[in-house]
Design a protein around this ligand. Sequence first.
Ligand SMILES: NC(=O)c1ccc[n+]([C@@H]2O[C@H](COP(=O)([O-])OP(=O)(O)OC[C@H]3O[C@@H](n4cnc5c(N)ncnc54)[C@H](OP(=O)(O)O)[C@@H]3O)[C@@H](O)[C@H]2O)c1
Length: 252
Amino acid sequence: MTRTALITGATAGIGNAFARQLARRGTNLVIVARDTARLEQIAADLSSSHHVDVEVITADLATTEGVDRVADRLSESGRPIDLLVNNAGASLAGWFGTTAVEDEDRQLDLLVRAPMHLMDAAIKSMSGRGRGEIINVASVAAFTPRGAYSAHKAWLVNISQWANWHYADVGITVQALCPGFTRTEFHQRMGAEIADVPRWMWLKADPLVKASLRDLERGKAISVPSVRYKVLTFVARHAPAPLVAKIAQRGR
Ligand SMILES: NC(=O)c1ccc[n+]([C@@H]2O[C@H](COP(=O)([O-])OP(=O)(O)OC[C@H]3O[C@@H](n4cnc5c(N)ncnc54)[C@H](OP(=O)(O)O)[C@@H]3O)[C@@H](O)[C@H]2O)c1
């Protein structure tokens, strides 16, 4: 059966790896980001290489208008979305309390309000059809007390765990994907200093997306790709919070 996936933030990094891997499997795509030219280039490349339909939606997901446009597409009953990947994200370079509160508002809207609205639209539509899948791209940062970004990702992990259990009997699987440091455009865009992050801590987007899709097939509520981050998150979830906060100071 041909399926359709809607991926936010599909022009770079982890979202782009989802788009390429799903297209390779024959999944039709709806790809979302702010940069229309980049979206259209990716749509043309993927549809010609993999013979899938790729629809483009330009939307700033830190705005109500942008979120509504994507939520409306998720609600269209004639053209159902089988898999939603809530992936678009960015982070501020400074710690909460030193940044402009308007920038914190935009980050909260992008990392919490947008996935919340898109999940709401997707669950309502998928419930009617009795099936569907949602991947919420969170972070291992969700398991450490480390500022607003971690708190937003913790919200996503918590609601995904609950939704995976709550909607299982109507055929909906919800996963929180929790990557560690991943080589994408993320850190460059936020202007973060990453030179002192050890090489062993870096992941590549393609293997982690493969692991996420495998975990989705197994119905897992939380996917933490790679053995090293499985160990680190286990420690982070069981060690005293002040110790974890101290060790985790460095990155996002
Ligand atoms: N890289 C890491 O180390 C890491 C680790 C853990 C979790 N994550 C999470 O993984 C997700 C993807 O990050 P990434 O590393 O792949 O980042 P990335 O390479 O910077 O890609 C971010 C994607 O999101 C889109 N985007 C950013 N702001 C947007 C907005 N306001 N509205 C709509 N689209 C927007 C970007 O496209 P446009 O600029 O064209 O809009 C781009 O397609 C994020 O949720 C991030 O928090 C990343």
